[in-house]
Ligand binder design. Structure first.
Ligand SMILES: [Zn+2]
Ligand SMILES: [Zn+2]
Length: 304
């Protein structure tokens, strides 16, 4: 199967610590790299990850809190110094463009590439990016400011052709696309070979959902049904349930509840509060509700 993986660049929350960087990750799908959030220090982490800067053409910003976007201006400036010419597309709420435009005009004069802003409506789920192999849609979240997550979903692929059957029935290569599209094959003697004997099922469609930051949303699972891998913020543990409600964040238990209710295959928790020296307690709490949970960690790579 084609690569579909998530590179964690930062998974801390707003208060800086020496253990974590602020939120940022790269979603890698079939040679394409999409950045989700860009907290302070993201470009240093990108260096460490050895991912190619030039492959990043789209940056999705969940909301305008500093721990999700303070790294953007520095990264844009660096891209300019590295001689970038390809446009960079930024998806964020509409308030971001005028603020960032003025900063770019002031600090990044003669930037050799265009920065294109795409306003995002965080109040509803809609497709905001689409190409031949995937879609990215928004996931409305509940936070102190307008905020949304992002759902990356592969498009269905065609079935695999059975090369051995091409030989058995002496089918010309020119017919491969027709057969992949569902056509049966008729031999010169008039026998019809059903498509099911000539193909193997297509790879299952994979999807990845990023949900940070948000208060626990009991109905969120409806938008996440069938998702392969979910990243959900888990700022706090059960010991800080009241704080989670007050500041519009989630506990690890609540993140796991969303994963369980949505029936996802794998849950990654992140956006850890600085108050936890060791996040294993969050992992244990989450695993009580949903066993296939893992802790995000800088430089970790998760296969979807
Ligand atoms: Zn945050
Ligand atoms: Zn926030």
């Amino acid at each position: 199967m084609e690569p579909f993986r998530v590179h964690i660049l930062g998974c801390g929350s707003a208060l800086p610590t020496l253990r974590h960087y602020a939120s940022s990750q790269i979603v890698e799908i079939r040679e394409k790299m999409f950045m989700v959030d860009c907290g302070e220090g993201t470009q240093m982490q990108l260096r460490r990850s050895r991912l190619r800067f030039t492959k990043i053409n789209h940056v999705f910003i969940s909301h305008l809190h500093g721990d999700h976007c303070f790294g953007l201006l520095g990264m844009l400036s660096t891209f300019g110094m590295l001689g970038r010419v390809a446009p960079l597309h930024i998806y964020a709420t509409a308030e971001m463009e005028p603020v960032f435009r003025s900063q770019i005009d002031l600090f990044c004069q003669n930037l050799g590439y265009d920065v294109m802003f795409h306003p995002v409506d965080t109040s509803r789920s809609e497709v905001i990016y689409e190409d031949r192999s995937l879609t990215v849609s928004t996931i409305p979240l509940l936070h102190r400011v307008p905020c949304c997550g992002f759902l990356f979903r592969e498009k269905p692929t065609l079935p695999h052709i059975r090369r051995d059957m091409l030989d058995v029935y002496d089918i010309p290569v020119s017919q491969i696309n027709n057969i992949k599209s569902g056509m049966d094959w008729t031999t010169p003697d008039g026998d019809v070979i059903p498509n099911s004997r000539l193909t193997l099922p297509a790879d299952p469609v994979r999807s990845y959902a990023y949900c940070s930051d948000t208060r626990y949303m009991p109905g969120l699972h409806r938008l996440l049904r069938g998702v392969t891998m979910l990243y959900h913020e888990s700022t706090y543990g059960d010991d800080n349930q009241a704080r989670a409600v007050k500041y519009f964040h989630s506990t690890a238990t609540e993140a796991a509840r969303v994963a369980r209710d949505a029936g996802v295959k794998k849950l990654i928790i992140g956006h850890f509060s600085a108050r936890y020296e060791d996040e294993k307690i969050l992992l244990e709490e989450a695993r009580c509700e949903f066993s296939n949970t893992f802790l995000a960690e800088e430089m970790a790579v998760f296969n979807v």
